[in-house]
Design a protein around this ligand. Structure first.
Ligand code: ARG
Length: 448
């Protein structure tokens, strides 16, 4: 492609070191769509005849079909997807193919391709997040009233329900979706026409190209359009955060499925055994999800590091944007799919949950609230209940079996009623609190 200036061929090792075709081939359909839009604008500018355009368009479609069917021979000597396609097109159609690159550079081409790729992939990821949400929602609906301890510091805190716990993740995922949509909106801008860095003396209709590719606008600074990869960093952050949420969910599930908790059981199909210990049923999907989140963070770090020291505009370092991008997208898609499937098939062990939730200490705070309702300041009520708990521990008598009126005269006969879980949950009706009716109406709201 640059034979005019060079006398020597590229060294084999340099070719091997610099090629990106082994991974950027997957941008082919976006590259071809961009080329067709660019060629059509050349027709409008009187630079290509309609016959030449037709040859370009059908040649590109032919190549696209061959790539799709795995019949196309990629060449590492041609470095990347852009040159592989263009060279082959020119091979096939001759002069018209050689005109295609007028007023264009691989720099605006690659920025266009990756933006189009991200735009499409975000749609697919949004759908997969919705699939995971649906699995969480169906379990939340089934277990809107299955009471379990809620934890802070992994110590039992207050009663919640499985439904409420799972809905917390639906909230996180819903915010993740808005972040992805926002990212998609910001990246949906056409860089084509920015050329290598300074536009071109040949002015093609950038708006026409943008319209054909369904971009919402054209970029307004050619240097920014070429050098910028913040849309990739932003997307990788959004995906890293989806990973963080799934990793926390995994951690909850790993605990829940342990013999120590026993709140849930995963299906055989979504667990693995041990080659040595015959009794084992391991939550590998959860563990791998937790592990893969590390990759998502690593990919984000890779792109941020790649761009931090680059002078404007294009530097070849930017070629390193694609592998982390592709990896995060592949990783999150598979992770979302397998988790949705696993959650849909998971069993919640209601009796075990109920036994854990029957711990009267979960209602110690409610007992303090009871005293507050009798006119005692909260700090004082907290101390009184703390003393009752200490006594219950010391005398090995569960808090709900202790004669509270003996501990302090502030407690009335009705203090015992505090230890009814149903009453305790029913009282939590404020927005966001885990009353069963709240949980049910949240499930309905999300199911829309
Ligand atoms: N393969 C290159 C990349 O991914 C395309 C742009 C090449 N531009 C250049 N000036 N060498 O970044």
């Amino acid at each position: 492609m640059w034979k005019g200036r060079f006398q020597e061929a590229t060294a084999d090792l340099v070719e091997q070191f610099g090629e990106s075709i082994s991974f950027d081939w997957r941008l082919y359909s976006y590259d071809i769509a961009g080329s067709i839009a660019h060629a059509r604008a050349q027709v409008s500018a009187g630079l290509l005849t309609t016959e030449e355009f037709t040859a370009i368009e059908s040649g590109l479609h032919e190549i696209e079909g061959e790539i799709e069917r795995g019949e196309f021979q990629f060449s590492t000597a041609l470095e990347d997807i852009h040159m592989n396609i263009e060279a082959e097109l020119t091979n096939r159609i001759g002069a018209a193919g050689a005109k295609l690159h007028t007023a264009r550079s691989r720099n605006d081409q690659v920025a266009t391709d990756t933006r189009l790729y991200c735009r499409t992939e975000i749609d697919l990821i949004l759908e997969l997040i919705e699939g995971l949400e649906a699995a969480l929602l169906s379990q939340a609906e089934k277990h809107a009233a299955t009471v379990v301890p809620g934890y802070t510091h992994l110590q039992r805190g207050q009663p919640v329900t499985i439904g409420h716990h799972l809905l917390a993740y639906v909230e996180m995922l819903a915010r993740d979706k808005t972040r992805l949509l926002d990212c998609q909106k910001r990246l949906n801008v056409s860089p084509l026409g920015s050329g290598a860095l300074a536009g071109s003396t040949i002015n093609l209709d950038r708006q026409q190209i943008a319209d054909e590719l369904e971009f919402a606008a054209v970029t307004t600074n050619s240097m920014d359009a070429i050098a910028d990869r913040d849309y990739i960093a932003e997307l990788l952050f959004d995906l890293a955060l989806v990973g963080a949420h799934l990793s926390r969910l995994s951690e909850d599930f790993i605990l829940w499925s342990s013999s120590e908790f026993g709140f849930c059981t995963f299906s055989d199909a979504h667990t693995t055994g041990s080659s040595l210990m015959p009794q084992k049923k391991n939550p590998d999907v959860c563990e791998i999800t937790r592990g893969k989140t590390g990759r998502l963070y690593g990919n984000l770090t890779a792109i941020l590091t790649a761009i931090k020291g680059l002078p404007l505009t294009y530097n070849r370092d930017l070629q390193e944007d694609k592998e982390p991008l592709f990896d995060s997208i592949d990783t999150i898609k598979l992770t979302l799919r397998v988790n949705a499937e696993m959650i849909a098939a998971m069993t919640i062990n209601e009796a075990v949950c109920e036994a854990a939730a029957s711990d009267p200490l979960l209602l110690a705070t409610d007992l303090a609230d009871y005293l507050v309702k009798k006119g005692i300041p909260f700090r004082q009520a907290h101390e009184l209940v703390g003393k009752a708990v200490a006594e219950s521990v010391a005398r090995k008598i569960p808090l709900d079996k202790l004669d509270l009126s003996e501990v302090d005269k502030a407690y009335g006969e009705d203090a015992k009623d505090v230890f009814d879980l149903n009453t305790a949950l029913k009282a939590r009706t404020n927005p966001g609190a885990p009353s069963i009716s709240n949980v049910k109406s949240q499930v309905k709201r999300w199911q829309g």
